[in-house]
Write a protein that binds this ligand. Sequence first.
Ligand SMILES: Cc1cc2nc3c(=O)[nH]c(=O)nc-3n(C[C@H](O)[C@H](O)[C@H](O)COP(=O)(O)OP(=O)(O)OC[C@H]3O[C@@H](n4cnc5c(N)ncnc54)[C@H](O)[C@@H]3O)c2cc1C
Length: 406
Amino acid sequence: MDRSRNRVLIVGAGPVGLCLALKLAKEGVASLLIEQLADENFLDQVPRAGTNHPATLEMYDDIGLYQKLEPRGIIAPLFHYWDREKTELIAEFDHVHLRNDTPFPFALQCERIKIVEEALKMAKAHPLIEVRMATNFTGFTQDADGVTAFVENEASEHEGLPGRYIVSAEGARSIVRKECGIEFEGFTYPDRTLNIEVAYDFRRHGYTDRNYISDPEEWSNLFHWKGPPERWRVHFPTKPDEDPDVLMAPEAMQKRLQGFLRTGRPFEIIGCNLYTVHQRVAQKFRSGRAIVAGDSAHVNSPIGGMGLNSGVHDAFNLAEKLARIWRKEADEAALDHYERQRRHIAVQHTQLQTIRNKKLLQEKDPVVRQRNHDELRRAASDPKLAREFLLKSSLITSIREAARIE
Ligand SMILES: Cc1cc2nc3c(=O)[nH]c(=O)nc-3n(C[C@H](O)[C@H](O)[C@H](O)COP(=O)(O)OP(=O)(O)OC[C@H]3O[C@@H](n4cnc5c(N)ncnc54)[C@H](O)[C@@H]3O)c2cc1C
């Protein structure tokens, strides 16, 4: 085979595309990474959270990324459920219960932008990874021997780039998925989520680094992120028809924050954004030599921090299959195995759990609320139940279940 074709084309240098390239390189497989953003604006992306769960930390460690991220993040062994109506801590979960299940019995609070910054540096330095920045992917073709990706490069020229397989790690708007005619099945929530970033240490009020706060009127999430500048993100639901300019007016955000926690002094607001939440899974994860992974394959509510994590798990699963195909230890049936394992996890774990998480926080029925809170209290106070709860929330259960799928 022509040497330039004997590589995997990866569209998108997000966490999923970068982890895939780094894991393939570790297995000796070459890749070409195509990213539309340029070096100059790569770090100007909309802030997105990054609660990284234990199973994902093990994968980062495998490719040498964990060591780069740990100093830039917060090690968070605990997370809390709060009842906002009563201003009461319902349950505290401690990852210490996973000490025999993982070498990383904690979550690492490290934002997506730091992950891609560090992973991109590593990818650029690796001889088996070619990175094309400022290159916009526009479409592709495939035949029995390989694929050709069409791009508009940094010099605004149109080029066709050859490879053996193409992986779409382009995010939710995947062109590959659309060109393959793969349905993105699911729904979009009518309400949007408002994220406000503030410089204020909520720990003095008993909160920990990760907090899920239920309320029949206005649920919240509250997360701590390492500086500089040191900051906390507070998420609030908004009504479907509310005007974004009104929602994000400084006085409106201040009022919302004071409603959440009356401090008597204005909060220092350092950023905000509004986002729409989708719950969708691609009907297929593969069409011939084209494969979807990460947000191209599935999107979900960020409550519980599962999107980025399950996308990285796709990348590792897929890299192992492609490496076996390269070494001639497996044929293309291995890619159907990827689809069977990872699509099952997307539908049966990530979707169900994230939909349940949102329902739990916004529950209005007082009887159901009470029952939910009692269950959380019982799970947190019994070590066996706590371990089971944490195995699920930290995605270890989903990895173990995928491994059992033939
Ligand atoms: C507010 C918010 C908070 C979140 N919090 C969490 C959390 O705590 N934990 C968690 O697990 N998940 C979280 N998520 C979800 C998480 O951000 C995504 O699941 C994750 O970023 C998906 O990674 P990805 O690599 O698949 O896609 P992306 O991160 O979307 O990356 C796609 C890349 O492809 C590039 N690209 C797109 N189109 C093209 C093209 N045509 N040509 C070339 N390049 C292209 C983009 O520029 C980008 O670099 C959150 C999401 C939001 C919106």
